[in-house]
Design a protein around this ligand. Structure first.
Ligand SMILES: CC(C)(COP(=O)(O)OP(=O)(O)OC[C@H]1O[C@@H](n2cnc3c(N)ncnc32)[C@H](O)[C@@H]1OP(=O)(O)O)[C@@H](O)C(=O)NCCC(=O)NCCS
Length: 183
């Protein structure tokens, strides 16, 4: 029997007509990752505003927002979103850009998709002249914190994140954007 070679991963910028697929992947991954530790009412309230096609379309049209997609064959298996200017970032470091979303479909996690996406996001940040990348990660999402640490991010503070009616704490992690700091 012949073994098929593993499908290569392709990273590209999203187009407006990808919005529905991005919304579906975001909703699925967020639900699978966080439903077990949260009230379902809070989850549904958040999902119904954060991951609709209309919401993603609106975010894609915002100045300074970039969506990167990871494709295996015809399927989107992960995405990252960066944005600028949505929070008071004065203490995070010079000239910051936010890594706002990074989601890999459950069936593709722990196979290096996230690593390829985040490396590309970091390279893009450097190419575009940003000096600091920052993100918020739920304090209970230890697996993602480890992942970000492995990619050069350190915890520098905390901020609130509201999921439905639940006020939660996100850790703020940052890393310098320079070729010498690349991992
Ligand atoms: C966090 C997340 C983006 C990471 O993406 P990923 O594709 O799973 O990341 P990778 O496969 O590159 O690495 C994940 C881990 O798997 C390990 N790994 C990578 N390839 C592997 C392989 N072939 N076999 C076993 N382990 C592997 C890595 O060493 C890494 O370990 P670490 O977490 O200690 O660094 C992804 O798990 C995800 O979407 N999680 C749910 C949503 C989420 O929490 N997003 C972040 C919100 S802030």
């Amino acid at each position: 029997m012949q073994t098929q070679p593993p499908q290569a991963l392709r990273i590209c910028r999203a187009q407006q007509n990808d919005a529905a697929k991005i919304a579906a992947l975001g909703e699925k991954t967020f639900f699978e990752s966080f439903a077990k530790d949260n009230d379902l009412k809070d989850m549904h309230s958040y999902l119904s505003q954060a991951f609709t096609t209309a919401q993603i379309r609106m975010e894609m049209a915002e100045v300074g927002s970039v969506f990167l997609l990871a494709y295996k064959g015809q399927d989107i298996c992960g995405y990252a979103k960066t944005q600028i200017g949505k929070a008071d970032t004065s203490t995070f470091g010079p000239n910051p850009i936010e890594l706002m979303r990074l989601y890999v479909d459950g069936s593709h996690q722990r196979s290096g998709v996230g690593a390829i996406l985040i490396r590309r996001v970091i390279e893009m940040g450097i190419e575009d002249g940003y000096q600091t990348m920052w993100l918020g990660v739920w304090e209970k999402n230890v697996q993602a914190q480890k992942f970000y640490q492995r990619h050069g991010f350190d915890v520098v503070g905390k901020k609130q994140f509201v999921l439905g009616q639940d006020v939660q704490t996100d850790l703020i992690m940052t890393r310098a954007l320079s070729h010498t700091a690349s991992h």
